[in-house]
Design a protein. Sequence first.
Length: 434
Amino acid sequence: MRKSSTGQRYFRRGYSLILAAISGLVLIGLMGLSLDTAWVYLNIERLQAAADAAALAGVNNLPQGTSTTESHGRSAAAANSANGHPVILAPNPNNDPDGDIVIGYWDSNHHTFTATTSSPNAIKTVARLTSTSPNGSLPLFFGGMFGVPSVNISCTAIATRQIVDDPGLLVLDQRPVSSFNISGNADITVDNGSVVVDASGSTALNISGNADIAASELNITGGYNISGNATLPGQKGTAGETNTGVPPTSDPLAGLTPPSTTGMTQYDASQGAFAGNQSPTLQPGYYTGGINLSGNVNATFDPGVYVIDGGFNVSGNVSISGQNVVFIVESGSLNLSGNGAVNLTPPASGPYQNLTIFQPSTNTSSPSISGNGNMNMLGTLYFPTAELNLSGNAGATPIPGDQIICYDLNISGNADFTIQTGTRFGQVVMYLVQ
């Protein structure tokens, strides 16, 4: 008689159901793990996009100051989303190195970032989905089944801005004209920098007499006309090189505007005029009737922004000095002449950092600077739509700034002008380094 196998069949069936249940749970777990992994990677990509956008937006506004830099960086991050919400970067008023948005310096040689607000050139951003961040941690769909309901993730970006071309002398006029004329015994030397002439004409540069241009490079979009004993870089055994047919260099300060005068302390014509042997100390503000100094005045300008309507005129034996000052000549002409000393340094921070004299594009009056005395100006002199006239007497060695940017330029007389090495504006490139 055959032995019944019913019990064995029930046992096998129960065993199979258990295996199926276990396999189903494992399959569900694997599917959940796959979904959660994909979810995490999706949000990593979104966080990285937010960090990248914030770093680039911040570094683009770095010259405008720390608060503007942080504001634009945080706005750019919030325009991106992760976990279905805008990415929020926490404010970092003390520039904590571990903050969400950090201002600092990128050392391209050693590939290191240092948090600092002193001469910064980079921004580091960290977009986070963590339990301690404003965005919170990232919840998982199936992680709770395994005791992991959420995870902390973060992405870092570093963007830097570098100046790739910072000419010491830039003549912006791109028309087919002679935009740069130098004659007589005048010399101009650009220390550790180039001279750029954007004019497209065959005689974009006219140089005659015993005039001399000394620079590492002279780059001209058009051509040049040379006569007499004049010398250009790379000629007659001199250092440097002269190049023609070079594409024009755009204005690195294009778009710069004067400040609003609303709320500024106003000074009328009588408060901006001094003569004789006076030694006034002028305060920053809005000079509605210009600034006019003559005689033997010895004027000191306190640090700040001077907005001038009606011209800025210095003549006679006047001496002027000021540290961390910028003169914005909105109307009227600039005329620095005479035999007195001129000692000026630009602001070290703010929207007009490294800018000493700024004549907005709406003012096309021709400025004139005569370097007959002891002239020592630092910073950039900027005349985007005006023809600048430089002149001086024999033996004078004026220093008219670290950089001159003007529309057209005439240099005459016998002075030896030197544009010294310093911080210069140039073509800026911004890119991610991390």
